[in-house]
Design a protein around this ligand. Structure first.
Ligand SMILES: [Zn+2]
Length: 498
């Protein structure tokens, strides 16, 4: 049994400044070079969907045929050329790999490119056309997928992450790998139904460690045990991709019973809708949060700067939180990370131990604070490499590029060359910072940091700072999303005919 695997993944923030070029996907590799041959062997034992596909292939004894997989950091609108080049390459490789018994895709579900609102659906549709109607295609999707009819029509099952922070990506890969074998062997006949909700849920409230999402997912898991149900995917959606199909959705896959799939999807969607008022935001004022932490003296207190979260496409060079920490002369404080290659270069030129004045941050746009002129000393210079130690993408390697710890007063700033989301404690430990000994830790992350910091922190504040990932969806000027849409509009009905 041979199963092809691959996917072009991106989470596109259509409100972010600029565009995302092909180079963001392929790095310095040449356009027609032999890109991405190692990703499959590098994924063995790693906490990712492909890691799960590999375990399934070991268990079930099928061969995984690698096509192409690329997944850059979330960012602005993807240039059409980037998607066209990569999708052509993926399809060419699939054509060469034929015949295959199935296709297992690793997709995100919230990618947008200049002339296409649903490149994930497009990939599934083109793969379907190539392999024909009888070869099973299944895909793992992010919990932030904006699931479309095109995706559902062209996949035999969509297996979405059940967690945010995304700590079950390996398990969902394994689940999809086992399901596709059952479908190939004719043991199940998957049929799916999609229920789209008129709801844009702010990402911090999609966190599955807290109600309402924790309780809704408990219910989803009970439903998955019912006879005839193959898989339930509940997607919170990615509200910062302004497309027609943005928003929360439910996909239920049943065994040969389309009516059961549809009624179950409606049931779960209704439960989500009925609890919509519980998705209200509770943000902290940054000055109040800092003052309170200094007064208590007990740490670590985490300040989550979700508005500048690179994991949602923000630039990660915002300075509002940093400026406040310095203004309060906060003791034992750390900000991770500020992406600023110029400041990194200047700090490296000055050298370890040197006193230097740097222009720090807010260079991408004027939506994330002002550039700060800061005098401090260079404590440490690193190659920026680390390996995730927490429960999310466990064992996966990260690379911040050249990285400097720059200290102003008692505030340590992790300045980096590259944009990554600092959700794992390994980011700090890799540059000699022990998070448990800090009073205040400012993180450019909305929710994923909770995978490591939920138990480690004495308190967590989601702070109210400006940015293109500010969780309050009412602040954004939507042009494409279907209306009416909660909470943008009044009098939204669900189901629409109710
Ligand atoms: Zn996500």
């Amino acid at each position: 049994m041979r199963i092809a695997t691959g996917g072009i993944l991106h989470e596109t923030n259509t409100f972010a400044t600029g565009t995302t070029p092909l180079e963001a996907f392929i790095g310095p590799t040449s356009r027609d070079g032999d890109i991405d041959r190692e990703w499959l062997q590098d994924s063995r034992g790693v906490g990712t969907p492909t890691g799960g596909f590999i375990t399934a292939s070991d268990e079930e004894g099928f061969e995984l045929v690698p096509l192409l997989r690329r997944y850059p950091q979330p960012s602005a609108m993807v240039e059409q050329e980037a998607y066209d080049v990569l999708s052509e390459m993926l399809l060419e490789r699939l054509e060469k790999a034929l015949p295959v018994d199935g296709v297992l895709m690793d997709l995100h579900g919230a990618m947008v490119c200049e002339q296409m609102e649903d490149p994930a659906g497009d990939q599934l549709a083109r793969v379907r056309r190539m392999v024909g109607p009888t070869v099973p295609i299944m895909a793992v999707l992010d919990l932030h997928a904006n699931i479309t009819p095109l995706m559902v029509e062209n996949a035999d099952a969509l297996v979405g992450y059940d967690t945010y922070p995304h700590v079950d990506t390996y398990e969902r890969g394994l689940e999809a790998g086992r399901l596709i074998v059952s479908a190939i062997e004719g043991k199940i006949r998957p049929v799916s139904a999609l229920e789209q909700l008129p709801m844009l849920i702010p990402p911090p409230r999609q966190c599955t460690l807290r109600p309402p999402m924790s309780e809704i997912f408990d219910y989803v898991h009970e439903v998955e045990e019912r006879p005839g149900i193959v898989c339930v995917t509940l997607s919170g959606g990615f509200p910062f991709a302004d497309i027609h199909d943005a928003g929360a959705s439910v996909v239920v896959t049943a065994d040969g019973d389309a009516d059961l799939a549809a009624s179950t999807a409606r049931e779960i969607a209704t439960l989500l809708w009925e609890r919509r008022d519980e998705f209200a935001l509770h943000l902290s004022d940054v000055d109040e949060a800092i003052t309170e932490a200094i007064a208590s003296g007990e740490g670590p207190v985490v300040l989550a700067d979700g508005s500048d979260n690179p994991g949602g496409g923000a630039p990660c060079d915002g300075t509002v939180m940093l400026e406040a920490l310095i203004r309060h002369d906060a003791p034992r404080s750390t900000v991770a990370i500020i992406v600023d290659p110029e400041a990194v270069e200047a700090a490296i030129a000055a050298g370890v131990g040197a006193q230097v004045t740097l222009d720090v941050g807010a260079k991408t746009d004027d939506l994330h604070g002002k550039t700060l002129k800061l005098t401090g000393h260079v404590r440490l210079i690193s190659d920026g490499r680390y390996t995730n130690e927490g429960p999310m993408s466990t064992g996966a390697r990260g690379n911040m590029g050249c990285t400097v710890v720059f200290v102003v007063g008692d505030v340590e700033i992790v300045l980096t060359e590259r944009r990554i989301q600092p959700f794992d404690t390994a980011v700090l430990r890799s540059v000699g910072i022990e998070p448990t000994r800090r009073l205040l830790i400012g993180l450019k992350s909305a929710v994923h940091f909770r995978s490591c910091y939920q138990d480690l922190a004495v308190k967590i504040h989601e702070i109210d700072t400006p940015g293109v990932h500010h969780p309050d969806v009412i602040r954004y000027e939507y042009k494409k999303v279907r209306r009416p849409m909660w909470p943008l509009d009044k009098d939204v009905n669900y189901p629409a005919d109710s």
